[in-house]
Write a protein that binds this ligand. Sequence first.
Ligand code: ZN
Length: 160
Amino acid sequence: MQIADETAVLIHYKVKSDAGELLDSSEGDEPLAYIHGQGDLVAGLEQALLGKAAGDRVQVVVAPEEGYGVHEPAKVQTVPRDAFEADATLEPGMRFQAESDDGDVLVTVTHVTDDEVTVDANHPLAGQTLHFDVEVIAVRACTAEELEHGHIHGPGGHHH
Ligand code: ZN
């Protein structure tokens, strides 16, 4: 069976940066299970997987526009230190949910001084060109229940 919209797909993947740094991998873990065509994966990877079958190996380079987006400077904000709890530990690299005009967003602390904290609401991988190395493990039709829930059940997916 080939990967198409509304198929359940299991993949093992590795993704590296332009510099060759390993950013994420399913190695040593269950394969990633997703429903094709609903934007679970970055757009560039979904496009590359369309039409592939179990056993296929896919290597694709995904530009930021087809990945986690370009890095938008407007999403970087410097806020007063006293906007946070006085005893809160704040360190670069910390992530937390913040409220914005677009709803809750995940922000990353990028810089901390005595008076100010810089937070970045871009995706941590925004601006990165992604080098994917993917092996298709299995492809099958989704069950009606999976399509209704919007996620895969069973290995690599939700257990409930
Ligand atoms: Zn479910």
